[in-house]
Ligand binder design. Structure first.
Ligand code: SF4
Ligand code: SF4
Length: 127
């Protein structure tokens, strides 16, 4: 989840159920873990164990998930009701960068389907 709509960006995370936060492998770096540890007043080892898990070759450490009504699972830091990030100022670098361009493909899809289905609250699930 990057930011709300602006003149620069053609997407609005505040109208989205945080699809990008449901990606299975959201990579975290040592610097991200350090930031999380500072945010929660934990040691880096504690933060690493509590908030991250083993990933794959490309992303050795990734954020832990929790159950989610829309996407089966989602990042443990999402607020399930508001769909906002609960650690916005301490979120990993990749969350700040995504989608790294003016458009978000999921948001384009979401707005198209909401218009076609005449349902402003429609959500694409991954079930
Ligand atoms: S999927 Fe796109 S619109 Fe939705 S929260 Fe992520 S960046 Fe924002
Ligand atoms: S840390 Fe925040 S922005 Fe990043 S995936 Fe988790 S809920 Fe989304």
């Amino acid at each position: 989840m990057a930011e709300k709509k602006s003149s620069r960006n053609r997407y609005n995370c505040l109208k989205c159920p945080a699809y990008c936060c449901s990606y299975q492998h959201i990579p975290v770096t040592d610097k991200d873990i350090k930031r999380l540890a500072k945010h929660f007043g934990l040691t880096e080892a504690q933060a690493k164990k509590r908030f991250t898990k083993k990933g794959d070759e490309e992303s050795p450490r990734v954020l832990r998930h929790k159950d989610d009504e829309h996407f089966t699972t989602i990042c443990r830091f999402i607020d399930s009701e508001t769909r906002n990030c609960t650690i916005y100022h301490a979120r990993p670098e990749i969350c700040r960068d995504f989608p790294s361009q003016k458009r978000c493909g999921y948001y384009d899809f979401l707005t198209f389907e909401r218009a076609v289905q005449d349902d402003p609250d429609w959500i694409a699930t991954t079930d």
